[in-house]
Design a protein around this ligand. Sequence first.
Ligand code: CU
Length: 138
Amino acid sequence: MPPDSSRHAGRMQEGRSFPHQPIMKNVLTIFGMTLLFAACSSSPIQVGETVTIDMVADGFTPDPITVQKGQQVCWINKDTHGRWPASNIHPTHEIYSAFDPKKPVVVGETWCFVFDRAGIWRYHDHLLPEFVGMVNVE
Ligand SMILES: [Cu+2]
């Protein structure tokens, strides 16, 4: 009787532990992937997130920023007059000519641009060229 019941108990424990293993593995895998994703998303900013730069009375904020190639960056005008973010060099904007709304962004409006070229892209406000910024595209 005692050997039988102990063998039975042993089998029961095995039977209990086996179904848990794949679940624990999945939990650990998901946990690991979450950590990896969190580590990757801290910096630089990942493609797909909305990256917004405020155009305020004293310039651009945040500045500088680092994004991945293909990232859309939006400039929102929180100033009290028209603003115009554009690629250097003022006044031609020829370093990255597509990086230019070609007209002022009115108060409260947003202008967005997708950076499809890696590089360090310096820009300025075409209406207030003393305001400068930088987008680092990796
Ligand atoms: Cu300019």
